[in-house]
Each structure stands twice: as structure tokens, then as C-alpha cells.
Design a protein around this ligand. Structure first.
Ligand code: 13P
Ligand code: ZN
Length: 282
């Protein structure tokens, strides 16, 4: 089966196209990765070549040794993924030491995997540890979420709580909350270490003044998570454009009341009693 004709290829391309249409992927902004299941890798194997050189990942992911990943290319525009899949996307294999990768398919014009490969693979490693079926990592530059990193404290608890309050659905969709990474140089191991620390327990990491990383079991869930956080961020931007205070909001006990009906457990650290109705204050 051709890579683009496969279910995983189709789902991958759809996220890139949908994200572009949301305005999250200016130029080459954003990237996507997916760990292939053994069945997916087997079904696509006839397309793979094993002659490309082994290159350094720039970090170590020993628990991903021997695994295959579909990844967007560095400098590739998400807009072009559905138009020229084999140029924009590659399948790589991680070596037995978890420190090198080989391109086995795609990135046809001398391309290489996203510059955020260390963060993607480190995230993919820690999320699999907590749930073997978590296998997709998505990075985008959604404007409202990024805008909030200039005005809200870069504090996991305050950031999560303010976003949660904007839409009842939020704590149901991401009950573990959001982790915030202060501004760091992108594209290396260090920011990957910081981000994967968050992904050990949570599905959302916001990079201050840059963008967001989310993870999921399938493409719809992963895209939907990015969309939900960004939609709430948009509402918060609108509210903050009108006022710095809320007259009405969802209160801690009301959040707690969601737990039974929705079968979720909310981390109490986000449900602190506020001393002020000013947005962004505890
Ligand atoms: P790449 O083109 O290398 O994927 O980089 C885009 C990006 O968003 C970096 O954070
Ligand atoms: Zn980015």
C-alpha cells in the first residue's frame, strides 16, 4: 500500500491541512509526528528503503529503539503536506541505541525531519510510558494561546485555571491541565527535556511566545485538543479585550461537580480559591 493511501497517511495529511486552515501554520510553522503501530509499519514496509545514512537525533530515546515514525520535514510548509506529501513528510526509524534515525521513506528532495525532532521523540517516549496507545504529537503556533503568554503569569496553575474557566468542556477534555514552558531556544534537546517533563502527566504544553504541543491517541483527538485549548484562549482574549475582571465565571465547586457525570478527576491544584476577580490573579 502507498503511504499516502494508508489510513495513517490520510489522517496525518488531514491534521496538517486542517491546522493550516485554522491559521496555525504560517510559513513552515508547526510540525507533526506519529509512532506507527507494528501493523502500520508492516503494511507500508514495501515502500521503505534502508540505504539512507543514520543521523544523530540530538537526544536519546532508548524506549523507542527500532520504532517507525511519520514526521513532517524541517522547513516544510504544512500547507504543502496534502499537495506534495512525499516531499513534505518522511518515515524514519530509530536505531537500536535510541540515539540515531534513518529516513526510510519520503522527504524526497533531500529533506530532513523537523527541527523539533528531539521534543517530538522525547514526548512520544514519555506518553507511551503512561499509555501504550498514545502515539501522536502535534506542534502549532495558534495566535490566541501565544498572545496569552504575554499577559498571563507563566504559571501552570493560573494558566490552566483561566483557560478552563472559558469553556465548560475544557476540564473534561484536558483534566490534567496545561504545563507552561518559559521562553527557551526551540529546536534542541533542552526544550525537549522541559516539554517531556510536562508530557509525563499532561497532554498540553504551551511554549511561551511560541506555540503549543499536544498529544493524543489518534489524529482527531490530537487536533481536537489543540482546537479546544485555542478556542478557549480566543474567548479569554476577547474577555480581556473588554475588561480585566470577570463578573461571572465557573467556580471551583462547579468544576468539581463535573467529575461524577463526566467520569474525570480534576487536579485540585487548579481549583484554588481566588482572592480577586482580576484575570490572571490567584
Ligand atoms: P520545522 O520547520 O523545523 O518543523 O520548525 C518549525 C517550528 O515550528 C519550530 O518550532
Ligand atoms: Zn514552532
Amino acid at each position: 500500500m502507498k503511504v499516502l493511501d494508508s489510513k495513517v497517511g490520510q489522517g496525518f495529511a488531514k491534521v496538517c491541512a486542517d491546522g493550516f486552515r485554522q491559521g496555525w501554520h504560517e510559513r513552515n510553522g508547526g510540525n507533526l509526528s506519529c509512532r506507527l503501530t507494528a501493523e502500520e509499519a508492516e503494511a507500508l514496509k514495501e515502500n521503505f528503503e534502508t540505504t539512507a545514512p543514520w543521523r544523530e537525533i540530538g537526544t536519546e530515546v532508548p524506549e523507542l529503539a527500532g520504532e517507525y515514525f511519520m514526521v513532517t520535514g524541517s522547513g516544510k510548509f504544512m500547507r504543502n503536506v496534502e499537495l506534495d506529501f512525499a516531499d513534505s513528510v518522511g518515515v524514519i526509524r530509530v536505531d537500536e541505541t535510541g540515539t540515531k534515525y534513518q529516513i526510510v521513506w519520503g522527504l524526497t528532495n533531500g529533506g530532513k525531519p523537523t527541527s523539533e525532532l528531539p521534543t517530538h521523540l522525547m514526548n512520544l517516549e514519555v506518553i507511551r510510558r503512561r499509555d501504550p496507545e498514545l502515539r501522536i504529537v502535534y506542534h502549532a503556533h495558534p495566535a490566541n494561546t501565544v498572545a496569552l503568554t504575554f499577559v498571563l503569569p507563566l504559571d501552570d496553575e493560573i494558566f490552566t485555571r483561566e483557560i478552563w474557566e472559558m469553556e465548560t468542556e475544557c476540564p473534561v477534555v484536558f483534566p490534567q491541565g496545561i504545563g507552561v514552558v518559559e521562553w527557551m531556544v526551540p529546536g534542541g534537546r533542552e526544550i525537549g527535556v522541559r516539554t517531556s517533563e510536562i508530557m509525563k502527566t499532561r497532554n498540553v504544553a504551551v511554549w511561551a511566545h511560541h506555540g503549543m504541543f499536544v498529544c493524543g491517541h489518534d489524529f482527531d483527538e490530537t487536533f481536537g485538543l489543540m482546537h479546544t485549548v485555542e478556542k478557549s484562549a480566543e474567548i479569554l482574549v476577547k474577555v480581556m479585550s473588554m475588561t480585566d475582571r470577570k463578573r461571572n465565571t465557573i467556580r471551583p465547586d462547579e468544576f468539581r461537580a463535573l467529575q461524577g457525570p463526566f467520569g474525570i478527576e480534576l487536579d485540585e491544584r487548579y481549583l484554588y480559591e481566588k482572592s480577586s476577580d482580576k484575570i490572571g490573579e490567584r
